[in-house]
Design a protein around this ligand. Sequence first.
Ligand code: APR
Ligand code: PHB
Length: 411
Amino acid sequence: MQNKILRVDYPPNMHSLSVSRTQVGIVGAGPAGLTLALLLERCGIGSVVLERRDRPYVEGRVRAGLLEQNTVDLMRELDVAGRLEEHGLAHDGVYLRWQGQTLHIPMTELTGRSITVYGQQQVVGDLIDACGERGVEVRFEVEDVAVHGLDGESPFITFAGEEGEERLDCELIAGCDGFHGVCRPSIPAGVLNEYEYTYPFGWLGILAAAAPTTDELIYAWHERGFSLYSMRSPEISRLYLQVPADEDVAEWPDERIWEELQARLGVEDWRVGEGEIFDKGVTPMRSFVCEPMQFGRLFLAGDAAHIVPPTGAKGLNLAVNDVRLLAAAMAAHFADGDDSLLDRYSESALRRVWRAQDFSNFMTQLLHRLDDGEPFGARLQLSRLEQLRRSEAARRNLAENYVGLPAEDDF
Ligand code: APR
Ligand code: PHB
């Protein structure tokens, strides 16, 4: 691997600056950055991942946990799917529930593809382990990361490591540093078009030591608001409640959470399984896209370039799809100087991003209490749900979007 070619310590003007070089500098050790580093390693391309948090923080961050088949296939291809195969829960469908009725959407029967429930923090842990085993350098707890020279031939990244200031010279930079990262804001004003919609509600998510009393995920419409029954293992449930966007989690003692979950999800003779709640948090809901996902030699991937509300379960899958395309394009660049794929990266990635935006928005608008004071919206939601019950074409459309389009079609 052509990596870490040079690490020289020299005292320039004021203080010592350690300079090193790699082919691809990657900012952010979330699913996008880590998967990209492993994809590049497989092609013999060197990279360094720079992450501002420590490893336990990155591995402990509780996020959504639904993998499309494309994502599982890529994890297998990368040979990081050992634990996923053992502990992931393969699902062939989901339930929609409203007004006491439950509709099963048989995803696999309708599309030939399936989904797997496996927590994002487990995915991240597996990726970090694989980086360690394969000699991919992941630098945790680096501060003041900044990207420079993006529109020239010699971009570089500066940051403060344990030993002081450092500079990482790169050929290409990947901005995988999430929505609040530094890469997107480093692109000069006027280059990007940004599209954003913020929903007036958020999700309160819990993890509970409770055996799920459902075999598949349940997405529930209710007058009191949306709720979702998911899981992490045969012993652990993951549940969500729609709450106001700025909700204080302190407003939600455990008893209130269970009461609300039973009210929104429960049906006759069936209840949500209860147990000790060991994680609780509120997530805001936002749709965001920036176009293009590139400026010069900086390429954005994952949440750095787009955010979807979690109702369509697309966030992690989009991040993985971006870097699948980006790694192939970078490989062509390094193999024979062919930049045609890099030039098309943004356009290719954005096709799936916008499809996912539309689907995530559709699922969100279908199932959440809209709180606009008008009963009109709720009547439309019920009509759409009824159409899903009556029409196989409607169910198939939902299923195709939910499981994700096949990976081949992208470039
Ligand atoms: N310097 C270095 N690292 C940074 C900086 C910075 N200035 N800013 C952010 N980071 C790191 C974050 O600490 C985080 O570990 O970048 C990483 C970005 O990871 P994610 O937010 O997980 O984003 P991404 O890899 O694109 O994955 C998208 O994450 O938010 C979920 O639902 C979303 O599933 C989706 C997935
Ligand atoms: C989850 O299990 O965390 C999950 C599942 C489906 C979603 C969102 C989150 O749509």
